[in-house]
Design a protein around this ligand. Structure first.
Ligand code: SAH
Length: 345
């Protein structure tokens, strides 16, 4: 029998399993506390559970860990980039960043990605599999243990498309915010998507309080479809309608990610088209100079991103150039994993 991954179970499922093992229900609450509050790494540490029960748990469940395959520390700020090894030999990336209110972690949601965005390193080698809720939680736990910090904000902006792994991401968010467990307010969580429209609407209906970030990168359907295949499925008009829906249902303003690619999406006409697209939304645009990926030719300087910011401001769009943290270790998104895989073959 395959062992179930215990960290992915919610309290209700855990209770069912515990009762099925002949134990009283309150044992499930104790177990849940060990897993999600005290965050132990082995059943043997669960000291208030009977030894026989701990042995039963070890037979039926697995309590996995991630191992640190590489750790890159920035010399310029406190950013640390981890390449985590998973139990099946795959890798994902996680980035720890400090900001004014504490520590924020950027986590991956899939091994690889299906979305095929032209400028993104995560997608070059294709998609391998979804991450489990446990593997998302473990990126937080292992990083907190390694760095000795308490993480107070999460961004789902690492490798993968979170809304393409919808059920596991929702379960991860439920476990993260559970009042009986980890208790992180989803107001401290940002989920970034390339624009899977039906899922944006479903997420809105959950009214969870999280911040939605949408990767826009180009204000015209022709230009966006050329770099982001998802746009052929869900063109800009539909995407904008879903974003307005998200705001109207949740009261949370959507933020837009825009990687400036010099000569591709940063002209005066692009600024005007972007302003027209976002009109009436009080939108905020996060600009980032595109990270050059070895296999692709896109590039931008910080000055180019700032120039585009001024263009947008003149059109009445609120935009900022994102702080580039850890730029000395800034292998573009997904590049570390890509290199680790390349090194294996
Ligand atoms: N799949 C999700 C989240 C993962 S990518 C999404 O598409 O939003 C996180 C962000 O980094 C996205 O905005 C993505 O478009 C952007 N990104 C990917 N490659 C990049 C690059 N080379 N330079 C700058 N931003 C990049």
């Amino acid at each position: 029998m395959e062992q179930r991954d215990i960290l992915s179970l919610n309290l209700e499922e855990l209770t069912q399993a515990v009762v099925a093992m002949g134990q009283p229900r309150y044992r499930a609450t104790q177990l849940y506390q060990w897993l999600h509050v005290k965050k132990v790494t082995d059943f043997s540490e669960m000291l208030d559970l009977p030894a026989v029960f701990r042995e039963q748990l070890r037979v039926e469940f697995c309590l996995k860990r991630l191992f640190i395959a590489r750790r890159l520390e920035s010399c310029m700020d406190n950013t640390v980039k981890y390449l985590y090894g998973l139990s099946d030999g795959q890798y994902v990336e996680t980035v720890l960043m400090s900001y004014q209110h504490g520590w924020r972690l950027c986590i991956s949601t899939q091994v690889g990605c299906k979305m095929g965005c032209q400028f993104c390193a995560s997608t070059i080698a294709g998609y391998v599999r979804n991450l489990t809720p446990a593997e998302m939680l473990l990126q937080i736990d292992e990083t907190e243990r390694d760095a000795g910090v308490k993480i107070s904000g999460i961004v789902l902006m690492g490798i993968g498309e979170p809304l393409d792994n919808y059920d596991n991401v929702i379960r991860f968010l439920d476990l993260l915010s559970d009042s009986k467990g980890r208790q992180m307010s989803l107001r401290h969580v940002t989920l970034s998507t390339c624009g899977i429209v039906p899922r944006i609407r479903e997420l809105a209906d959950r009214k969870s309080g999280l911040t939605l970030a949408v990767s826009l990168h180009n204000p015209s359907d022709a230009g966006r479809s050329a770099v982001m295949p998802i746009n052929r499925r869900y063109p800009l008009a539909e995407l904008m309608e879903a974003c307005r829906y998200y705001f109207s249902v949740t009261g949370r303003r959507v933020t837009y990610e825009y990687a400036v690619m010099q000569g591709e999406n940063d002209s005066e006409a692009d600024a005007k088209a972007l302003a027209a697209l976002l009109r009436g939304q009080q939108a905020h645009v996060n600009l980032i100079p595109v990270n050059s990926v070895r296999e692709r030719s896109y590039h931008a300087t910080r000055a180019a991103a700032q120039e585009f910011m001024h263009r947008l401001e003149r059109c009445g769009v609120h935009a900022t150039v994102r702080r580039t943290l850890g730029s000395d270790i800034e292998a573009a998104c997904g590049q570390l994993r890509h290199e680790a895989n390349g090194a294996q073959t």
